[in-house]
Design a binder for this molecule. Structure first.
Ligand code: BG6
Length: 481
């Protein structure tokens, strides 16, 4: 299956809020991820995902300074282990490493006049280490961890003020690192307001008069912010590339009935393509009006916004791919998947992960072709992987053949897409190391190629151990690059 171009980017990804920890060290402020609690009753194969965060939850979290119920506060302590972690990744032959920068490490409340010097230093070290180890850094500027203060004070991205504050943060990163970082992503999964609204926008539902309206406005403000920083980066460093990112869920009709086919098309528009069409074409798609009407949404869009969007389109489209979904005109009589990021009808042709995510490698080829045919700009798969409850043997071996199978089948589908002539820049699997789950805040939902010795309660030595999949991926990269 070696259809991969010589300059193909092979690697893995992590995010600051799931890996770094050190939530109260060196001046870092609280982030929205720090109030995302772990419910021990749901531990181990919890099928409940994305519990909604209310104002009450935030108030309780603010009174609790420990990490016990808030595992993202300790992560896997990448903050102190980055050297070892990056070296391990380079041993697999990665030539790219995707990670994110913590906004509240730079600007603890989001509104400080100048950035935290210790944050600048930390990421200087991380970036240098990545480069020293033969990899390119791929940096996500905002991955589900905006400063909590901005959520409390402005109801997050609902307020246009966030555009200015984010612009300042992003430009600080460009000033510090664009001499070494050439690949950037503005927002992780910019369509996440559809399934992880608080983490992605900071909008708290009980603080909204019209929640749907507020989420669409928040997404609009993020579109404008993305266009603004694209313009800034182009001026500062025309050689750097800034991509947009969505979580792509291939959406199939339940039956060939035209009503189901139409339902699938509409769902794809609403959940996925609304976001990419707007950013990549530089204007809202024709069908947006109908979506707004259905949701009683009236957006505040200025002339300047429209101008910015038109003139500053992303250089590439990156996306995460974990599963496919099914849509139907009438969903009532069909059993739904559990634990999925999105509630979807069970697809009888697909196996599922322990957490109920439906495994669909061919759906990845379908998605790559669909997105490339629509936009004709380079694509980048920046997340793809399987969460599993790995077991470690007494001699520190992790036999994760299910992960090898998952990744192998997906990479085969990627290879076929390249043969189809899809222009694909790279593939960063999720996740390079085991990290805290974004949706359930538990440790036992492991995605890594490298095992991290820590349980759901934060107990463990934090020692790192390559899994069988580590050696398999290393071998695959050496074969195909
Ligand atoms: C993506 C996120 O939506 O899914 C990651 O960008 C996340 O941050 C990944 O970890 C897997 O989800 P989860 O909930 O299983 O960790």
């Amino acid at each position: 299956m070696n259809n991969f171009p010589k300059d193909f980017l092979w690697g893995g990804a992590i995010s600051a809020c799931q890996a770094e920890g050190a939530f109260n060290e060196d001046g870092r402020g609280l982030a929205v991820s720090d109030v995302s609690f772990f419910d021990s009753e749901l531990s181990n194969k919890s099928l409940t995902i994305n519990k909604k965060i209310t104002s009450k939850d935030i108030n309780i979290a603010l009174l609790d300074e420990s990490t016990k119920h808030y595992p993202k506060r300790h992560g896997i302590d990448f903050y102190h282990h980055y050297d070892e972690d990056i070296k391990l990744c380079s041993q697999m032959g990665f030539n790219v490493f995707r990670f994110s920068i913590s906004w509240s490490r730079f600007f603890p409340t989001g509104e400080e006049k100048s950035p935290n010097k210790k944050a600048i230093k930390f990421y200087d070290n991380v970036i240098n280490k990545i480069i020293e180890n033969g990899m390119q850094p791929l940096v996500t500027i905002s991955h589900f961890d905006m400063p909590l203060q901005l959520s409390l004070k402005y109801n997050g991205w609902l307020d246009r003020k966030l555009i200015t504050l984010f612009r300042k943060y992003a430009n600080t990163l460009f000033d510090c690192y664009s001499n070494r970082v050439k690949l950037w992503i503005g927002f992780n999964e910019i369509n996440a307001s559809k399934f992880s609204a608080f983490k992605s926008t900071g909008v708290v539902e009980d603080q909204s008069n019209n929640y749907q309206q507020d989420l669409y406005q928040a997404a609009h403000n993020q579109f404008v912010a993305s266009a603004q920083i694209k313009s800034d980066l182009s001026l500062k460093d025309p050689n750097s590339k800034l991509g947009c990112m969505i979580a792509y869920f291939a959406t199939y009709p339940l039956t060939p009935s035209p009503a189901d086919v139409l339902a699938a098309q509409q769902k794809d528009y609403e959940d996925n393509l609304y976001y990419t069409d707007t950013m990549i074409n530089g204007e809202y798609p024709y069908y947006a009006q109908r979506i707004w009407k259905k949701n009683n949404v009236h957006l505040d869009i200025t002339k300047d916004d429209s101008q910015l969007l038109k003139q500053n389109k992303p250089d590439f489209l990156s996306f995460s791919y974990y599963m496919s979904n099914i849509a139907a005109n009438n969903t009532t009589n069909n059993s739904k998947t559990k634990g999925n990021l999105r509630d979807t009808i069970v697809n009888p042709y697909l196996k599922k992960s322990e957490w109920g995510w439906q495994i669909d490698p061919l759906g990845l080829r379908y998605s790559l072709n669909k997105l490339y045919a629509r936009y004709h700009i380079p694509l980048f798969i920046v997340e793809n992987g399987i969460g599993a409850n790995d077991k470690i043997t007494i001699d520190y071996k992790i036999h994760d053949d299910y992960r090898i199978l998952y990744l192998n089948d997906h990479i085969e589908a990627v290879s076929e897409s390249i043969k189809d002539r899809v222009d694909l820049m790279g593939y960063t699997m999720w996740s390079a190391l085991d990290i805290i789950s974004s949706g359930t805040s538990e440790m036992s939902k492991r995605y890594g190629l490298i095992y991290v010795d820590q349980d759901n309660y934060g107990n463990g030595t934090l020692s790192r151990h390559p899994k069988d999949s580590f050696y398999w991926y290393k071998n695959l990269i050496s074969k195909y690059s």
